[in-house]
Write a protein that binds this ligand. Sequence first.
Ligand SMILES: Cc1cc2nc3c(=O)[nH]c(=O)nc-3n(C[C@H](O)[C@H](O)[C@H](O)COP(=O)(O)O)c2cc1C
Length: 372
Amino acid sequence: MSSSNENKIPLITPYKMGNFHLSHRVVLAPLTRQRSYGNVPQPHAALYYSQRATKGGLLIAEATGVSDTAQGYTDTPGIWTKEHVEAWKPIVDAVHAKGGIFFCQIWHVGRVSNYGFQPNGQAPISSTDKALSPAEAFSPPHRLTTEEIPKIVNDFRIASRNAIEAGFDGVEIHGAHGYLLDQFLKDRINDRTDIYGRTLENRCRFPLEVVEAVVNEIGADRVGIRLSPFANYMESGDSNPEALGLYMAESLNKYGILYCHMIEPRMKLLGEKFETPHSLLPMRKAFKGTFIVVGGYTREDGNKAIADDYADLVAYGRWFLANPDLPKRFELDAPLNKYNRETFYVSDPVVGYVDYPFLESSTAVSKYPIRM
Ligand SMILES: Cc1cc2nc3c(=O)[nH]c(=O)nc-3n(C[C@H](O)[C@H](O)[C@H](O)COP(=O)(O)O)c2cc1C
């Protein structure tokens, strides 16, 4: 391996993110794996995350529910009970033992849910009362009243405090992919007539209230947010995504948060790349903190994004899922394991989870030294 930075590829150069000293720019994107039985994080997650941890590498944990109304998928983790906090601790410790920096993605699905996931079989909550399709999967949501919104803001605040108690270095507020915050941001969903609807400023109000509450609870230097202004997942399009992204980037500056993590416009749908004339550059320029990009990145265009100062960090989802030692493989330009979609979300604690092989390292080779 090269010893000086001059010989290093842009992705493998150090970066100072607030108080965190990162040794490289390759970030583990948040990846839902549905192996947290009964919403409780499991011991196998300690192995999974520690496999992907490097000294000075940033990992973002999978989407983690902020309350008992936040769930919409089987066996996704929570962080609203004492039991959840205790269960996260050894997982966070395992990452820290490797020198990794670990953020928890805090999440509420909103209407991407059904009665079966909700306490007492009640309706999921949202900005709207319009149901997602298909009806067999998603129940019609209850439109949050203006008065009910502070309670949900408070759930995020408490979840952020719990994450810090569990030992996480910070939180990433999940404002992307058609989930609750995005259901307020996007004009294709938000049909409200109160102070949380109608105008761009009003649509951004609830997500910004969440940011403010979390910042007040744990400090701006431990808060990031994920946004996908261009994406259409879960029927979440917007008529002017660039204006939305820019307005959010500028508003976030007022809170001085650590990072903004944006999904590339080419990722309109999960896991599919589209040609697009759009770019995140205006948002990158507007936002004053660390800018993380994600979506369809390879080693080559990740290097280019860093070299061109298009982003500070690049997050990798599927490649990191399948390559626990992805930063090392990028550094060495080694071949990558292919990912297997079939096992992304199966509940097995091993298969498709902790069994992706590491590159044969030089120490493995030296087990069979040449005899002199
Ligand atoms: C199995 C899987 C689970 C995902 N779970 C989450 C999640 O919990 N939170 C989130 O914000 N994005 C999630 N995503 C999106 C990824 O973080 C990432 O943005 C996406 O995979 C595009 O990056 P990639 O092309 O490097 O995979 C998930 C993607 C996959 C494939």
